[in-house]
Design a protein around this ligand. Structure first.
Ligand SMILES: Cc1cc2nc3c(=O)[nH]c(=O)nc-3n(C[C@H](O)[C@H](O)[C@H](O)COP(=O)(O)OP(=O)(O)OC[C@H]3O[C@@H](n4cnc5c(N)ncnc54)[C@H](O)[C@@H]3O)c2cc1C
Length: 417
């Protein structure tokens, strides 16, 4: 490994780590990113590619808790909790459920998420206005599609809530929707169209950003796992890896769902659990959606790119399990079949699963470690890491360079847990 000391060492080369590297290098810092896996292991690789301010409301809601009780008994349900006696998970689940019934907390999470989502959308626009690489950036909106009128109408309450923060959707029903999205069958009753949302190909974004960073002098060490920290008083002085030790002035923890694996080393309790999701990536169908479609009743997303197509979704709490569950993969196809004329193609389909870094309140941790003078945490981005990454990277760069933060980050503090 390149032993030259960098100003900042970032642990984790997913989308959060890369955006931290991007803004730190813009501030003139020398940066090394240490990444333990191949690209595909990161949750940032196989996700649905939505950059979606429309998702400001957290997942915690009384409605989800009620539905989850029913889904527990369905093999291919969109939400699954494997029965487990792991006390860390039990206490996480309790925190998640309590937040679902705490109106003040839901309000706080909505505002905290919204600030990161809107800011990141703007930063993506700036990035793609000046960047040379193509990752299928499409700032054209996303449809939340419903098959049943009653479900479409029930969603109105959620949209009304989003309208209070300026995110109201356009309701589109019947033939108008089919004219906008000819790939839908007439079983689709209507959609809530969020014009503010965008999409991209996350694998291409990771690859493009990596190339860009390397060209700017950022060192990216792959297949390099951090296993231990050497400390002096409250400072991390060296990181121990499978490729040798590396000295550090400042360190960023951007390890997504793996963050708790380092908590004993850091003497911190990191309240993140893995929320497993699946995707299937394939050739674009001949009759393809124009914009991404979220089939809300099934919690499945269909994202089209000019040269590809992905179905993704499901939330499974089954620990750090890497098995590709056939029932869940099939459920993605079955859901798409309910709404689309050509729901999937089979050629060279790539099946994938990844772990979302889930916190109990739907907000990430973007903060300085309470126990270390030179460790910064950028983890726990739940279902929205891609949508929140630029803002997170910029905040971390501002913390490390002691600049005035461009948005309020008090809601993302570690000590709230
Ligand atoms: C099916 C699915 C669909 C999704 N769709 C969307 C979407 O449409 N829009 C959206 O915004 N979000 C979406 N998400 C969520 C999003 O993918 C995550 O929030 C995001 O990828 C988290 O990014 P990250 O960089 O924190 O974590 P990761 O991408 O997982 O990166 C963390 C990296 O750290 C590395 N690492 C861990 N420990 C170590 C160590 N000790 N040493 C070195 N390296 C280490 C890991 O190998 C990994 O590469 C989706 C997730 C899933 C599963």
């Amino acid at each position: 490994m390149n032993q030259k000391e960098s100003d900042v060492v970032i642990i984790g080369g997913g989308i959060i780590g890369l955006f931290c590297a991007y803004y730190l290098s813009k501030e003139g810092k020398s940066v090394t990113v240490l990444e333990k896996g191949p690209l595909k292991e990161a949750c940032s690789y196989g996700n649905c590619g939505l950059v979606s301010p429309s998702h400001a409301l957290p997942l915690n809601s009384p409605a989800l808790i009620m539905k989850a009780a029913v889904w527990l008994f369905q093999k291919d349900s969109p939400f699954y909790i494997k029965p487990q006696l792991d006390m860390k998970f039990v206490s996480w689940m309790l925190g998640f459920a309590l937040n679902a019934f705490n109106k003040k907390q839901i309000e706080r999470s909505m505002h905290g998420r919204n600030n990161l989502l809107i800011d990141s959308k703007n930063l993506y626009n700036d990035l793609f206005a000046s960047q040379s690489f193509d990752c299928n950036w499409a700032p054209d909106g996303i449809h939340f599609v419903f098959g049943k009128e009653e479900n479409f109408e029930a969603y109105r309450a959620k949209d009304d809530k989003l309208a209070t923060i300026g995110l109201a959707a356009e309701p589109i029903v019947g033939q108008t929707l089919l004219d906008m999205e000819p790939a839908l069958t007439d079983r689709a009753y209507g959609s809530w169209f969020y014009k503010i949302d965008a999409s991209l190909n996350p694998g291409k974004l990771l690859t493009g950003l990596r190339k860009e960073l390397i060209a700017k002098g950022v060192v990216i060490e792959e297949l390099c796992e951090v296993t231990e920290f050497k400390k002096n008083n409250n400072r991390i002085t060296e990181l121990v890896t499978n490729k040798g030790n590396i000295k550090a002035k400042d360190v960023v923890l951007a390890t997504g769902a793996w963050s708790p694996w380092l908590e004993n080393q850091l003497n911190l309790k990191i309240p993140i659990v893995p929320g497993k999701g699946y995707s299937i990536t394939m050739k674009r169908p001949a009759i393809s959606p124009i914009c991404p479609l979220i089939f809300e009743e099934r919690k499945v997303v269909a994202t089209p790119w000019k040269d590809g197509y992905r179905l993704g979704g499901t939330m499974e709490f089954s620990g750090y399990d890497t098995t590709l569950n056939r029932d869940r993969l099939q459920s993605l196809k079955r859901a798409a079949t309910e709404y689309l004329k050509e729901p999937f193609t089979e050629e060279n389909a790539e099946e994938w699963c990844g772990w979302r870094p889930m916190t109990t309140d739907g907000m990430p941790i973007i903060d300085k470690s309470p126990k270390h003078q030179n460790l910064y945490m950028a983890c726990g981005h739940n279902m929205l890491g891609l949508s929140m990454a630029p803002s997170t990277g910029k905040l971390i760069a501002e913390m490390i360079t002691a600049k005035e933060p461009h948005i309020d980050h008090s809601l993302y503090s570690f000590n709230r847990f």
